[in-house]
Every structure is written in C-alpha cells, then in structure tokens.
Design a protein around this ligand. Structure first.
Ligand SMILES: [Zn+2]
Length: 605
C-alpha cells in the first residue's frame, strides 16, 4: 500500500459517501434533473464529509459524461475532469477557499470579482467551496449576498460549516438563499463497517475489536479513522490490524487494566488503588487516555446495568462486563461517571493527573452505595403498613452512619475493606452542586441523636398505672422516648420520632403527635412503626396506650377540640410513598439528583 488509505478511499461518487445518503441522494437527483441551486450550506461536525460532498458535487457538475442516463447524476469518477477534481490538482473551475484564513472584505471582493468570470467552458460549472464558512466576516457575507442575489450562470457556492448558528447571526439574509443540509454524525459502528470494507478490499486481516478501538479513537471522523489505520499498519512488519497493535500505535491502555480498576472499586479495595495506578505510570501511559478509557468502561457497564447494548464493545469486554453486572448499582455508576466528567477539564490542565486519578478511584472505592441508602429507607420500617415491621437491629448501625452523613474526616484507607457504608470523603477540588435537602435528617437531628445516645439512661419515674399523662408530661419526657427507641437499636426511627411534636393525649391514653409537612417521610416512618413506638414510650411514660400521627395543621385543630375531633391521619398512596422515597434518596446525593433530573429516571425502590 503505497497510497495512504484516507486518500485512496476518498469517495469518487455520491454512492460511496458514507452515512450522508439523505444529502447525497438529493444532490444527485438535482444534478440528474438539471435543477442545481446556486448556493448550498453543508452543516455538520468535523469529519462527517462536508468537503467530500462538495467535491463530488463539483465532479458531477463538470463530468465529461454528465447527462449520461446510466450515471443518474453521479460523476463517472474516471474522466479527465473527474480525476483532476478528485485528486485536488489545480482546476480552473473548482475553487476551494478556507474562510479561516480568508476572512477580510478584500478577499470577499476578490471572490465576488472572480465569480463574475464565467466557467472555463460552455458546459462547465464554476464551484466555490468555502470551508469553515462561519469564519467569514459580515462584510464578506454582504459581498456574497450581492452575488447570490443575481447569480452568474453556472456558478455554484458550497459553504461548509461546523457552526451554522454563527452564520445565522452574521448573515441571515444569505442563509435564506442557500439550500441547507445537515450532515449526520458518523457513528462508531458505521466507521467500523467502513474500515472493515476498506481492509477487506486491501486484503489486510484484522480483528473486529481493533476496528472498534480505532473507531472510538477517531471520534466520528472517518478520515481520521483511516489515517489511524494507516498509522497502525505502518508499525508492523506484516499487514494486519490487531488490538495489540492498535494499542501500541495509539498508546492505549489494555482493557484488563481498566477492568482491574473497576474491580478494586467494586470490592472497595481503596488501598490497592495506589499500586494499580503506579503500575500504569510505570508503563508510561497517558493519564488523559486512562481517564477517557475509564469513562468508556463505566459507561459500558452502566449500559449493561440498564439492559442496553453497546455494539462497539468487543466480545471479550462484553463478557467481562456481563460477569461484573450488578456488582455496582446503576445509580452509583452514574455518580461515578458524573464525578469523572466533572474532573475532566481540570484533569487535562493538571500537572498531577496521577494524583487526581488516585483520589478519584479512592473516592469511588469508599463511596456510599445506593443499595445502602435503600437500606436506610428499610430501616424506617414498612412504609404505610399498619403492621409493625420486623426489627432490623442488625442494620441499624450501618443505617445511622449512612443516613446522618456526619462531616467526618476521610476514614483511614484500610477501613475500605469494611463492609459498612463509609461516608464518602468530599471530592477534592471538584465542585459538586449543593442541593437543599428539605425534610431529611439534618445535622441538628444527627447531633441530637448522638447526644441522646451518649446520655446515660435514667430510670423513668413511676406513674400511677392506667392514668394517661398530660401532654406537658409527654413533652418533658419526649427526649427520653427518643432515647428509649434509640436504645432498642432503632436509630432511624428515633430520629424520626424526635421530629414529631406531642400535641395532645386523649382520655384513653392515645397520644397525638404532629409533624411539619416537610417531614412527611419521617411521619410515615413513625406511623408505620406505631406499635414499636408505643412500646418504647411505655418504658418512660405510663398510661400511654396508642399513637396518632397527624400533619401540623390537623393537629392544631385537634388540640383546639381537646383531642376529640382529630381529623384522620393523612394516608399516603403507594405512589406518594414511591415519590417520596425517590426524592429522599435523590436529595441525599446531589449527583444522583442531577442524574435523576437529567435522565428522568425513577429510582428503583
Ligand atoms: Zn467524469
């Protein structure tokens, strides 16, 4: 292969322009019917084939066999004119202008004057291809507008741009005189297909996985993908494209390294982060590529977690990730991806990418996991059920630490092997949006609960059995009720009870407590565990026989009516409960919140 692939496989007709069939067919049809416009605007990201399409259009308009019904608007690709334009050698009739370096009004005037010249021959078209057209000045556009208002015969302008909105701002009247086409981004699978076709044509053997790696590296640019393939082929003695060779040529990190990082995060082996990252550093990897590769892997694992498909994944990697499915919950993968994306801009500029990567991975390894937040909610007990929920004493210590989120210093790295939830240390130098957290455990509550835990249990003064206490007595001893619940290992419930305000006791010993609307979730937790709460209350308050949980407004009226005409407790529907839980979970984690908002996700309960 003496000729570079990108050049050799540059399309010679509309049919071989990758992906942009919708544009190619329209242009071909216009040529076949002799209805070519005077101005076209081709919009699309870099590498999508804008200039290629413009050249093929110029070839088709000037092809010596134009009008041949067999060609149906295509250039023949073989005649002298086609060859000349295709190879980019000087052609009188095709003028390529890079607007990035020809912005001034003088150039525009020159352009206008040149446009006045007729094409070089009777049956030929003059085609101006203006690349990076958004770089043209307003003056240049004004000059062009005059040309387009009275276009000379057989002169065609093709403007190519990655930023059409800038043209809309600078030259709206010109836009209305152009036929606009939006080119599609070329996906990795399309690039892989094209590479496979080219390499088969060249009789070069290849591993499909290798093509996927090249396609990802080319990031939507077909020409780049072909150039990278050239690069890969240039380093080997034999003509073959293997995954190993692609890694070598592009300086990529083997998948196994990324899987190892994912594993130590999943296993919470924070201490192992340092040797693993050092090994990468010793191999001289580019840490920017490592971060990108880690992002690709997390994205792939998330797609699998959500039941999606990623076609550009190699079979080997797909199998490896399927094996790991479920080890890290989808919500946590989202949070990790979010943290990674937040870090990226700073990471690129940083002089210490290794340190930043280590910190990120340690944070991932120590991160609170969604599953444990769900445990927190379970710790509330039931949720709208009348039956007291089973005691989950074993969960409580974990629940308390995960829920209260004390701003403790980062725990020792060795603690990572513990199965307990460890509050994540704040992400260093990464701005995480703070979200107001209404109706969740506040620091105040956490402190109060902690204080309650530390207070030595005191014997309850004996009351005359049977006689209901006054609401004042209840209020005085309310903290002891909270302590009693706490001492039963129900830390979460204790915190919820603490948020309730005792407002009245009726003649049967039924205590009514009120809650603020923002404390709905807590009220519901207390209501669901009424039986347990009453049992605990009886340790410190003789004569209490029952519990009624009401919204603050309702309780006030109940109090006014001496507790006899209390409105029924607000019952929550299953949907309310689900919604509250979701917002409760999300509010605890700004990253998750953002992801929920962005993806309109419903968290799984
Ligand atoms: Zn031709």
């Amino acid at each position: 292969m003496s000729l570079a692939l990108a050049r050799k496989y540059r399309p010679r007709n509309f049919a071989t322009v990758a992906v942009q069939n919708h544009v190619a067919n329209t242009l071909k049809g216009a040529i076949a019917r002799g209805r070519v416009a005077h101005g076209y605007l081709l919009c699309g990201p870099r590498g999508t084939g804008k200039t290629t399409l413009a050249r093929v259009l110029a070839m088709a308009l000037n092809c010596e066999r134009r009008g041949d019904p067999a060609l149906a608007g295509e250039p023949c690709g073989q005649c002298g004119s086609c060859q000349k334009i295709w190879s980019g050698s000087a052609s009188l009739d095709v003028v390529e202008i890079d607007a990035a370096s020809n912005r001034g009004v003088d150039d525009a005037r020159d352009l206008r004057e040149r446009a006045m010249y007729a094409p070089s021959g009777e049956d030929r078209y003059k085609v101006y291809i203006v690349d990076e057209a958004h770089m043209l000045t307003r003056e240049a556009w004004n000059a062009l507008l005059k040309v387009l208002e009275e276009p000379p015969p057989r002169v065609v302008f093709v403007f190519a741009t990655t930023e059409p909105q800038k043209i809309a701002q600078a030259a709206a009247p010109v836009l209305s005189r152009l036929q606009r086409f939006d080119l599609k981004r070329i996906g990795p699978s399309e690039i892989r297909e094209r590479l496979a076709a080219v390499l088969s044509e060249e009789e070069v053997t290849f591993e499909p996985e290798a093509l996927g790696m090249i396609a990802r590296a080319a990031d939507g640019g077909l020409r780049d993908a072909l150039s990278l393939t050239d690069q890969v082929l240039s380093i080997g003695a034999s003509a073959e494209v293997t995954a190993d060779r692609v890694r070598e040529a592009l300086g990529l990190v083997p998948d196994e390294e990324f899987l190892a990082l994912l594993d130590l995060v999943a296993d919470r082996r924070a201490a192992d982060v340092f040797p693993a990252v050092q090994r990468l550093a010793d191999n001289g990897v580019d840490f920017v590529l490592v971060l990108a590769g880690l992002g690709d892997l997390l994205r792939a694992q998330l797609a699998l977690a959500l039941g999606g498909e990623l076609p550009e994944l190699s079979e080997r990697l797909r199998a490896a990730l399927s094996e790991r499915k479920g080890r890290v919950a989808g919500g946590d993968l989202l949070r990790m991806l979010h943290a990674l994306l937040e870090l990226e801009p700073m990471y690129r500029r940083s002089g210490q990418p290794q340190l930043l990567l280590e910190t990120l991975l340690v944070r991932f390894a120590l991160m609170d996991r969604t599953i444990e937040l769900e445990e927190v909610l379970k710790g509330f007990g039931g949720g709208g059920h009348d039956d007291p929920p089973p005691r989950r004493v074993a969960h409580e210590p974990r629940v308390a630490s995960a829920h209260a989120l004390p701003p403790s210093p980062p725990p020792a790295v060795a603690a990572a092997s513990s199965a307990h939830a460890i509050p994540a240390p704040p992400m260093p130098q990464v701005a995480i949006p703070q979200v107001a957290i209404p109706g969740t455990a506040t620091q105040q509550v956490a402190e109060a609960a902690a204080a309650a835990q530390l207070a030595p249990p005191r014997a309850a003064p004996a009351e005359a059995p049977g006689a209901p206490p006054s609401v004042e007595q209840v209020q005085k001893r309310w903290n002891r009720v909270v302590e009693a619940i706490q001492s039963r290992g129900r830390g979460m419930l204790a915190q919820a009870v603490q948020r309730m305000q005792p407002v009245s006791v009726d003649g049967n010993g039924v205590l009514t407590v009120a809650y603020e609307v923002t404390d709905d979730t807590f009220a519901q937790a207390v209501d669901g565990a009424r039986h347990d709460v009453v049992q605990a209350m009886q340790e410190v308050l003789r004569g209490v026989t029952g519990l009624r949980v009401q919204a603050a407004g309702a309780a006030a009226s109940a109090q006014g009516a001496a507790g006899t005409s209390a409105r029924p407790t607000k019952r929550l529907t299953a949907h309310d409960v689900q919604k509250q839980r979701t917002s409760h979970l999300a509010a605890k984690d700004p990253l998750l919140e953002a992801a929920v908002q962005a993806l309109d996700l419903e968290l799984m309960d």
